[in-house]
Design a protein around this ligand. Structure first.
Ligand code: ATR
Length: 284
């Protein structure tokens, strides 16, 4: 492996793989983290064709690559490709962080759940323990974060999805935890939550899941796992319908990256200045 402090050798190589990947902030985030420790890394964006993922990982490793972040739509494929996976990646059945062991084995982890929990609990200072949490959606994004959210001991975690069966299936998968309920969006009538997390892909189409506007308990946090140059449709809708606080997924993005960085470099970077720099960049 390249020594990140040896300036006569090429910088250690990292990358994010996805499709699309052009929009990714990961190279900027990891460079800012590396600067905090005086580490020299090269972090690339690699657009991978559907069907070409395992070959792309092999090529990257062959070129001396040290670690990979995996984004849509390859997280499940990365899970299947990995030779070994952390317990949290096994629970999520998805991998967003790959390292390579000395014997070249592919080691998979998933830092998404840790990322959202850190953002909500530490950056936004909203406890999850003992609170009523609503997670909207039942796709890969939600599955990836369910385990760590449950480990934070909410009083109740309701997974509500447009297609009810998928939410019920997730409830079954995570049934060993107390207080997990899967239901449809219509079943939310009359219920209120302290934290409402949008894990659907509705924001991509500028849409909002059709949920009752009464879901927000007094002072509730509305959280969109998506982020963009401007507030998502869900964030705008929540602010108009009684949420006390609203946040997009930029903090989660930086926190999951910090957890990946710690896996690769054995150092925990400061996330606050990086979140602030990205938010500043968006408003310029
Ligand atoms: P991802 O990996 O981003 O989670 P996915 O696995 O395709 O993507 O899941 C998308 C999720 O967003 C699903 O829960 C989907 O609901 P369905 O299972 O009913 O399809 C949800 N979703 C997408 N658009 C939505 C919308 N306009 N309203 C409500 N839910 C929506």
């Amino acid at each position: 492996m390249s020594d990140p402090f040896d300036f006569d050798r090429p910088a250690a190589l990292y990358a994010v793989m996805g499709n699309p990947v052009a929009h990714s902030c990961s190279p900027r985030i990891h460079q800012m983290f590396a600067e905090q420790f005086g580490l020299r890394i090269e972090y690339q964006k690699i657009q991978v064709d559907l069907g070409g993922f395992s070959q792309a990982v092999a090529n990257f490793r062959g070129a001396g690559g040290c670690g990979l972040n995996i984004t849509l739509p390859f997280k499940q494929e990365a899970f299947r490709l990995a030779d070994e996976c952390s317990p949290r990646a096994q629970l999520a059945e998805a991998v967003n962080t790959i390292s390579f062991a000395d014997d070249n084995k592919i080691v998979g982890d998933n830092t998404d759940g840790a990322g959202i929990c850190r953002d909500i609990m530490f950056n936004l200072e909203r406890p999850i323990a003992g609170r009523r949490i609503l997670l909207l959606g039942a796709g890969g994004a939600v599955r990836g974060v369910l385990g760590p959210i449950l480990e934070a001991h909410p009083e109740l975690l309701v997974i509500a999805n447009r297609t009810v069966d998928k939410a019920v299936e997730l409830e079954r998968h995570f049934s060993s935890a107390r207080g997990v309920v899967g239901c449809g969006l219509d079943d939310l009538a009359g219920q209120q939550f302290d934290i409402v997390i949008n894990g659907t892909s509705a924001s991509v189409a500028d849409a909002v899941p059709s949920i009752p506007s009464t879901v927000f308990a007094s002072g509730a946090l509305a959280y969109d796992m998506m982020y963009g140059d401007r507030p998502t449709a869900f964030i705008e809708w929540a602010a108009r319908h009684g949420a006390g606080q609203a946040a997009d997924g930029l903090g989660m993005l930086v926190e999951q990256a910090a957890e990946s960085f710690a896996i690769w470099h054995d150092r925990t970077p400061q996330t606050g200045p990086v979140i602030a720099a990205l938010r500043q960049g968006r408003s310029d």
